[in-house]
Write a protein that binds this ligand. Structure first.
Ligand code: PLP
Length: 400
């Protein structure tokens, strides 16, 4: 039985073939340090016990389907959260999803005709590129500039707009770079969207994982006169990936047409988002919606970032921009020094020799083989071990 040709260009390296090799090594009894997936619970991050108790107490009420767009009280809580961030939205503008992942799929399926183009960041979170492609669209990547703290290259966005461009996707804070976009950059991108009649899709799932007292600005708040879809959820900001609980908020002047009807149709087709996960939204954005304790100075994420940035920058041939948010790093490898032509091979060689699992930068649609992604959720002893192993590995590495 052959798989569909639609899947030919679809990749998800975060859970790709290299991870299968890691699983094989583990079956053979080798320890593998997995710094490839942003799954906080696996590294001991947990939501407060009182929060879990409060949700558990509500489970009996989760037995039926909900409204296809989501529970009204969950949507109202999301709308209130949106307003607190400067986005004018009501309960009717909110769609709840089984993770942002499902909402990316719905939002692209509802929008794209064959051949329509969507501008996406490079590096990107590859689920976006995959769903643009699977929805019949063409993913066109604009470069984010490492020299400018990985902010989008505005001139490159402009250059890549064609008559077929429908939308600009932003991932802010960004996975895999940890970048946080300044208001001015968002305003410039809003200007481009306004000029060309494009919709903005802004994935803001890491909006509460921002460090150094910096403020996260929603694209929709910086662009109130542009039709936007803003994505958020509990997976990362509340360390609750397993709840599969997320939202999408429409805002700004809605152009004539039936895009919203398309979304509602797709929401109806999936019947209802999972209700247990939805029951967590109201308390998560209310009683448990205060400052994120994991990003304060002295907290685990903050200290882990400090350590790993310093350790990587001390390795000859590696350099990394300090991320401002989320829990990823996108370090650069000196490809001339190590003869690296294939980043997948580099990651595989490192895995086989040292038992540490990373993700190649090309898995994030980065066009050159000179980056890898590291998740820094693991505690300090593991990060120290990973940095030492990388230095040892590079001491003798040359790709033939
Ligand atoms: N968007 C970004 C930028 C992500 O990094 C991730 C997961 O890593 C997701 C969306 C998926 O989120 P969810 O767990 O809500 O499906």
């Amino acid at each position: 039985m052959k798989r569909s040709r639609k899947l030919t260009d679809i990749r998800f390296e975060v859970r790709g073939p290299i991870t299968e090799e890691a699983a094989r090594m583990e079956r053979e009894g080798r320890a593998v340090l997995k710094l490839n997936i942003g799954n906080p619970a696996e590294f001991g991050f947990a939501a407060p016990e009182e929060f879990i108790a409060q949700i558990s107490a509500r489970m009996a009420g989760a037995q039926g389907y909900s409204d296809a767009r989501g529970l009204p009280e969950a949507r109202a809580a999301v709308a209130a959260y949106a307003r607190s961030k400067g986005i004018a939205a009501s309960e009717d503008d909110v769609f709840i999803g089984n993770g942002v992942s499902e909402l990316i799929q719905m939002s692209m399926n509802a929008l794209l005709d064959d051949g329509d183009e969507v501008l996406l960041p490079a590096p990107d979170y590859p689920v976006w590129t995959s769903w643009v492609t699977l929805s019949g669209g063409r993913a066109v990547h604009y470069i984010c500039d490492e020299q400018a703290d990985w902010c989008p290259d505005i001139a490159d966005i402009r250059r890549k707009i064609t008559a077929k461009t429908r939308a600009i996707v932003l991932i802010n804070p960004n996975n895999p770079t940890g970048a946080l976009y300044p208001r001015e950059a968002l305003e410039e991108i809003a200007g481009i969207a306004r000029e060309h009649g494009l919709m903005i899709f802004s994935d803001e799932i890491y909006d509460r994982s921002v460090m150094d007292g910096e403020e996260h600005v929603s694209a929709a708040a910086a662009a109130p006169d542009v039709f936007c879809a803003t994505f958020g959820g509990l997976s990362k900001s509340h360390m609750l990936c397993g709840f599969r609980s997320a939202w999408m908020i429409l805002s700004g002047p809605e152009p004539e047409g039936d895009y919203r009807d398309g979304l509602t149709l797709l929401a109806n087709l999936r019947i209802s988002p999972n209700v247990p996960g939805q029951l967590a939204i109201e308390p998560a954005l209310g009683d448990f919606g205060g400052a994120n304790p994991y990003v304060m100075p002295g907290s685990r994420l903050y200290e882990q970032r400090k350590f790993i940035v310093g350790a990587l920058n001390a390795i000859p041939g590696i350099s990394v921009v300090q991320p401002k948010a989320a829990f990823y790093l996108f370090p650069k490898i000196d490809t001339a020094k190590f003869g690296v032509k294939d980043d997948g091979r580099f990651v595989l060689d490192f895995l086989k020799e040292k038992g540490v699992l990373l993700v190649p930068g090309s898995g994030f649609n980065w066009p050159r083989p000179d980056h890898v992604r590291i998740v820094y959720l693991a505690g300090l002893p593991w990060l120290r071990e990973a940095a030492e192993k990388l230095e040892e590995f590079l001491g003798g590495y040359r790709q033939s």
